[in-house]
Design a protein around this ligand. Structure first.
Ligand SMILES: O=C(O)CCC(=O)C(=O)O
Ligand SMILES: [Fe+2]
Length: 335
């Protein structure tokens, strides 16, 4: 077995007595500040259910191409649906993965030019006709991971010495949640970009991986492998937590290297952000933390926006140029 290079945190401690709770928060404080990536266990979601989600991913990607194309993301101004291998870019390069994206099930807004463009993100999902049970299973999963993320976010608030509810008013109308089923096909001898190095735009991400490695995290010691740990989720910090903490917490760069030829890797990523119309609060950190908060990263190729909808839309437009061209033509010049 590969030895694990990232910390393992048991969130059941958070629901225990004061000592175990404090122990969890201390571990979270170290993991969040040092690497921004860790394994989460003790979360109460069974391995049986995790396997069911990965099985749904296998079934979906095994559908005949026309069935997948019938729910193609390019048909959706709300960035929901299927993206074939080669349809997504990270750092301007093609990712070797296919994916199926859903978000909250909502009714599309009647847009006009006076409304901010990110309101186009609101809308319904697309569901494959051939898998009638998928909608219920994925929406239930989305709800469970949403609750887990809210709990985790309140623990982050405490690590930042804020009230546990510090983020609550950015979530009161419902967090922005986004999940994707992903298949990484095996590629030839040279390691390929499954997904290129990136930061996630939300508060937090929870990744469920199958038994194959590929996810890598950039640390002070270079790229390290987030090798699969059965039953655990891999958690990482997104840009909104970096912004809220004025850079005390970092959104860590990560990537996926394609599996070798003959192997396919499946994963399910769940991204949680504040509600789209929120502005991320800039937390008032106590002096000892504020002294270590040097401001969020400044990268001209990746501007960070405190307005949540704007930050999320930025990521979507860049990753899905075909959707951007078709539905957001006026914006593609400036992003
Ligand atoms: O598939 C994975 O393991 C991670 C995917 C990821 O980082 C992403 O989609 O943002
Ligand atoms: Fe990611």
């Amino acid at each position: 077995m590969t030895s694990l290079q990232l910390p393992v945190l048991d969130i059941s401690l958070l629901h225990g007595n004061a000592v175990s709770r404090q122990h969890f928060l201390q571990q979270l404080a170290v993991a969040a500040r040092d690497i921004g990536f860790f394994y989460l266990t003790g979360h109460g979601i069974s391995t049986g259910q995790q396997q069911q989600i990965l099985q749904l991913a296998r079934q979906f990607f095994a559908l005949p191409e026309p069935e997948k194309q019938a729910v193609s993301m390019v048909n959706s101004a709300h960035f929901r649906g299927y993206t074939q291998v080669g349809g997504e870019l990270t750092q301007g390069r093609v990712d070797q993965r296919e994916q199926f994206d859903i978000m909250r099930e909502q009714t599309a807004l009647a847009l006009n030019s006076a409304m901010p463009a990110w309101q186009g993100l609101v809308g319904p999902n697309q569901w494959p006709a051939a898998l009638p049970l998928m909608q219920t299973a994925l929406l239930q999963w989305q709800q469970q991971l949403s609750e887990l993320s809210v709990t985790l976010l309140s623990a982050f608030a405490q690590v930042l010495q804020q009230p546990a509810t510090a983020f609550a008013n950015t979530l009161q109308d419902g967090a922005y949640t986004h999940m994707k089923l992903i298949r990484y096909p095996g590629t030839s001898a040279v390691a390929q970009q499954g997904v290129g190095a990136h930061k996630d735009p939300g508060y937090l991400t929870l990744v469920l991986q199958d038994q194959h490695s590929g996810l890598e995290v950039l640390t002070d010691n270079g790229w390290v492998d987030a090798a699969p740990l059965a039953g655990a989720f891999v958690v990482n910090i997104g840009e909104l937590l970096e912004l809220a903490s004025n850079g005390y917490l970092k959104a860590t760069l990560h990537r996926v290297v394609s599996p070798p030829k003959g192997i396919e890797r499946f994963s399910c990523a769940f991204f949680m952000a504040a509600q789209l119309d929120a502005t991320v609060p800039l937390l008032n950190l106590p002096a000892e933390l504020a002294a270590q908060a040097k401001g969020p990263a400044s990268d001209p190729n990746n501007p960070l926006f405190y307005q949540v909808g704007e930050n999320v839309l930025k990521g979507r437009l860049r990753s899905h140029p075909d959707v951007a061209r078709k539905h957001y033509a006026a914006l593609t010049q400036v992003v």
